[in-house]
Write a protein of this length. Structure first.
Length: 153
């Protein structure tokens, strides 16, 4: 078969939200793109560390439980059960953060990271470095917060 299908890692179709007219700033040159990729990889590393830390903290809390030795080797199902219990014991806030971290790492792995889920534009790398789990660009985030304020008031 002569046709060579290359899977595009970046979602270039973009404009699903056609109601807003917004100019996307985008890394365009190879240099810009590879620099962005590089910095995203750094973000991934720090996310992995943060995740590790969260799990460790949760783990040490778990170790204080009396039934810690109550899990003989019962295979995957048991492990899944333990994982689930473990997740339940993570406090809500940490659990949400952990979920966000995992999703961010997933997006990095499948190449959709750093794209605003509202407008489809690239999220500025500085914003990503400051708030790695964000899924919105600063404009959309600001807009959303203003809408929330209106709803709350
Ligand atoms: Zn946006």
């Amino acid at each position: 078969m002569p046709e060579k299908k290359r899977q595009s890692k970046r979602n270039t179709s973009g404009s699903t939200t056609a109601t807003k007219k917004k100019k996307c700033k985008k890394a365009s040159t190879n240099k810009e793109i590879s620099e962005r990729q590089q910095r995203i990889l750094e973000i991934r590393k720090s996310l992995a560390q943060q995740k590790e830390q969260l799990l460790q903290e949760a783990g040490s809390a778990l170790n204080t439980l009396p039934d810690e030795n109550a899990f003989p080797d019962m295979g995957d199902q048991a492990t899944a059960e333990i994982d689930r219990n473990f997740m339940l014991r993570l406090r809500g806030r940490e659990q949400r953060l952990l979920k966000k971290i995992e999703l961010a790492m997933e997006r990095i792995d499948n190449g959709t990271y750093g794209i605003c889920e509202i407008c489809g534009c690239e999220i500025g790398i500085k914003r990503l470095e400051a708030r790695p789990v964000t899924t919105m660009c600063i404009e959309c985030k600001t807009e959303q917060e203003e809408e929330e304020k209106i709803i709350e008031s």
